[in-house]
Design a protein around this ligand. Sequence first.
Ligand SMILES: [Zn+2]
Length: 339
Amino acid sequence: MGKNDEMNDKERFLNALLLKEIDRASAACPLQTATTEMMDETGCFWPDANYDSKKMAMLAEFAHTKAGIESIRVPFDLCVEAEVLGAEINQGRKNSQPSVIKPAIRREKDLDVTFKPDPKNDGRMKTVCDAVSILSEKYSDVPIIAGITGPFTLAGQIRGVEMLLMDFFDNPDFVKTLLNYTTEVLIDFAKALTESGADSIIVIDPSAGCELLGKKHYESMALPYCKKLIDSIKVPTILHICGDTTPILEKMCETNADAISLDHLVDMKTAFDTVGNRICLIGNINPADTLFLGSTEDVKNETKECIKAGARIIAPGCGIPTGTKIENIKAWIETVKEE
Ligand SMILES: [Zn+2]
């Protein structure tokens, strides 16, 4: 704790999420936190750290112990569930995250809704649950945040986004079946993560953004499934959608998430004036231009702007780029502590 702090990192983070009183803004980070500098210092590198729970926990906690981020967050990528559901994955390298290279469902009959992974035993769902267990046993006063994929994004990963959008016109019943299925899989995963000790779950649904879906289709294709998932989760929840989500801010609130994590393309002040009285806003330092490529002075100035605009948790607008210097991360954290 800093010398003027009245709360520990976990109390402040949870109070911020639940719109309760806080002594100052939180500098937790609900999106990916690993950088190559952290990998070099811990000896825990991608892709290994994505597949080994001990390495995952070590690399994740370093963002807290070394850089000062006021939370610990796992995993580092967004392919955990798709991989367990049979999508073909490129494991990535030291500076690139795993990615889906081949969807699992090529024909409608490939979808087996009776296959329900057991998150505490299967593939990387187990890796992440184990990492959460390690971290939650070690840290009682730092929030452990677990990230999961949104139902729409996961459906796009296992079917292929273009195919999914075609199905939307050709075979809407199949789309509903698929989205119900990904929702059920994610409900089980979130439950296992919570039982493993996660203090908060962030649902990341990049494919549900305005660029691909637009407001009308967000309402029918993404919102109901995301709401069902979030309603099932017993710990405070955060919803992150990439890009400019200004047109769907109200709709994102309807998912019943406790907080919304905003991309840097959203104007924080506008977002605060729209929904800030009823939901916690998180964000939205520009991850690439400011945190990665900017000076410490740039980071400080943007951090101050986020606080002034009404964000209760000050964090990058998306995952931290791996090339980001620890010095710049510290500039963000120290500025939040000073304000
Ligand atoms: Zn994002």
